[in-house]
Design a protein. Structure first.
Lengths: 444, 176
């Protein structure tokens, strides 16, 4: 194959060896503008300013932040070019958590698939399972029962609450509001307790599977939901008092790391970051899946696209998710929690003792898996971090020929250079935190 | 799933008589999703057309290696090649999605980069390069993104051996 990329001739040297952030004076002018303006076309005026801003190499310093830095949410490494305290350029370096999950997905049957994909976004595992299952169901051309749809909605919204609570905790921790960290983890634990009651596990549930869900809701699930719904409003009001009203918190976040809607669209950025710019886009409402067209909720948007908006949107989305959960509680239909198609889902346990055929189906599904007709499909859902898509190519066998997951964090990370340009090093932490990347999903 | 609305208006054209086209490109439907099959040479100009038609975001870009899969359906006139680059675009205003499937031959795995129009494809093209060895002409920084820099081979190719690889710490003394 032909390699079109040639190594830069002039690479900055640090004590760690050569650093691939190309030295500023060998970067072609156009490319440099793209880097400065986060890869977007600048207006003539902006370009002039950028031209004037040009600094020579010996005034700047390159430092590495991460991969072991505690505020990089795992193993994100950032290469920062600094002039004094100001960040000029930034390059995210990822791959430290790469475990080849897309390749693993090709070796697992469709039934085993959710076990694999659930480990991608470990803060919101049910969403990846849902995207995978919806894609497989599209390829199979099957409809899951009503109850399964509503269980999926209930569980994913609960998961969205727990994921956003985790964001509240880590965002607080990154900015030094350590009490917020404790409160966030505390409430998240309550949400996880409900998920555990239903799925048996706190994380990596493997609960949503092609054909429905793994098990029906347990007895007393309504109490579990109500407990959370009763507890959260008071706690969220505490967050509001603790953070929104607090001058230090506002100073740290307001006006930091601003981005515009056009830039978000060009960069493919989705989710709370896109909404923080005032762009009204939520797949749950605009391209509804499951039964989101039958529930009533608001899409919360910001106006400045800064770190504070991204924080406030997530706080408000917890309220919206609680609204949806309450409606799921009211509207939860009776019926089967998975499709009764012997070729896709295993037969009920009791049937295996009575029927030879059921036993055979059971055996076939767990050894060989079920076959999926040839074709390809892409299905996307709104995860807490943005558009989560799954693209599967099937060759007619019981394993995906190609399984690709469009991870929102992976794409959202591209906004970092833009968000950070011109801000202070101290704000870098606030900006990473507000993007809320989950590195398991970034690296897959 | 109301993933894709009927778009383009020529949905009533019987497919047997004339092949369906959209934006002068062959169109097929896969589970009600619209799929365009541009030639490699037309890829860049199609992207420019789509961009001005309101498809402002490339939401996803990935590669597929069809080495061991000969069951795929392609419209008449599209020569199947080993690699395929799959691009998902979204039109927020019309709430429509489009998917492009571009054939990329094994002997010359190069595709023009979409970076100038859609800067968001930067990381995705790097990932496709890393995993499949498909080069993107005009990409500002076409290096490995997920695998280590000195890695040999492209792991998602079907002829890449998934066998054992020597681990770095194999020489470390055992605990007992």
């Amino acid at each position: 194959m032909t390699a079109t990329h040639e190594l830069p001739t002039n690479v900055k040297q640090t004590s760690e060896g050569g650093q691939e952030l190309t030295s500023a004076d060998v970067v072609a002018a156009g490319e440099r503008l793209r880097e400065l303006g986060a890869v977007l076309r600048l207006s003539e005026n902006d370009a002039l300013v950028a031209e004037r801003e040009q600094v020579s190499d010996d005034e700047t310093m390159i430092i590495n932040m991460g991969p072991q830095h505690p505020s990089t949410h795992g193993v994100l490494r950032l290469m920062l070019e600094l002039q004094g305290e100001t960040v000029l350029r930034c390059k995210p370096i990822i791959g430290y958590l790469h475990t080849g999950m897309e390749r693993t997905g090709e070796e697992l049957t469709y039934l085993q698939g959710p076990t694999n994909v659930t480990r991608m976004d470990y803060a919101a595992p049910l969403f990846t399972e849902l995207a995978f299952s919806l894609t497989v169901e599209k390829l199979l051309d099957i409809e899951v029962p009503e109850r399964a749809i509503w269980i999926r909605m209930l569980m994913t919204e609960m998961n969205r609450i727990s994921s956003h609570l985790l964001f509240m905790a880590t965002n607080g921790m990154d900015l030094g509001a350590v009490s917020m960290m404790l409160y966030g983890w505390r409430e998240r634990e309550e949400a996880l307790r409900f998920l555990q009651e239903v799925t048996g596990l706190r994380m990596n549930h493997n609960y949503i599977r092609p054909g429905g869900v793994a098990a029906d809701l347990p007895d007393g699930w309504r109490d579990g939901v109500l407990r959370l719904l009763d507890m959260l409003p008071g706690r969220l009001a505490e967050y509001d008092t603790l953070l929104n009203q607090q001058p230090i918190w506002r100073e740290r976040l307001q006006g930091v790391g601003a981005i515009s809607a056009d830039e978000c669209l060009a960069l493919g950025v989705t989710g709370p970051i896109l909404r923080s710019t005032g762009y009204d886009w939520d797949l749950r409402r605009d391209m509804p899946y499951l039964a989101f067209d039958q529930v009533d909720f608001d899409v919360v948007v910001g106006s400045y696209g800064d770190c504070f908006d991204r924080y406030a949107i997530r706080l408000a989305e917890i309220h919206e998710s609680m609204k949806i959960v309450r409606q799921c509680l009211e509207k939860m239909p009776k019926g089967d929690y998975r499709i009764q198609d012997k070729k896709v889902t295993p037969p009920p346990r009791a049937r295996i003792d009575e029927s030879m055929e059921a036993l055979i189906h059971h055996f076939k599904i767990f050894t060989e898996g079920f076959k999926v007709p040839e074709g390809e499909a892409y299905v996307s859902i709104e995860s807490p971090r943005g558009e989560l898509g799954c693209y599967i190519v099937s060759d007619g066998s019981s394993k995906p020929y190609r399984m690709h997951v469009r991870a929102p964090s992976f794409v959202n990370l591209q906004s970092l250079p833009h968000l950070m340009h011109g801000s202070l090093v101290a704000d870098a932490v606030a900006i990473i935190s507000s993007v809320d990347p989950i590195l398991g999903e970034v690296d897959r | 799933m109301t993933d894709i609305d009927a778009q383009g208006g020529e949905a009533d054209t019987p497919a047997e008589i004339a092949p369906e086209t959209l934006f002068d490109t062959l169109l097929t439907r896969s589970h009600e999703q619209l799929v365009l099959h541009p030639m490699r040479e037309k890829y860049s100009s199609l992207l420019a057309t789509l961009h001005s038609a309101g498809y402002h975001s490339v939401i996803d870009l990935c590669g597929v290696d069809y080495l061991t899969n000969d069951s795929r359906q392609l419209p008449e006139g599209i020569e199947p090649e080993r690699f395929e680059v799959v691009v998902n675009l979204i039109n927020h205003r019309e709430r429509a999605r489009l998917r492009l499937r571009v054939q990329v031959p094994e002997t010359d795995p190069v595709l023009p980069s979409a970076f100038n129009l859609y800067p968001g494809t930067e990381a995705m093209e790097r990932e496709t390069f890393d995993m499949f060895g498909i080069a993107f002409d005009g990409h500002p920084d076409l290096t490995r993104i997920l695998m280590p820099e000195d890695w040999i081979g492209h792991p998602l190719r079907k002829d890449y051996d998934v066998g054992r690889i020597p681990v770095q710490f194999k020489g470390a003394p055992a605990n007992r």
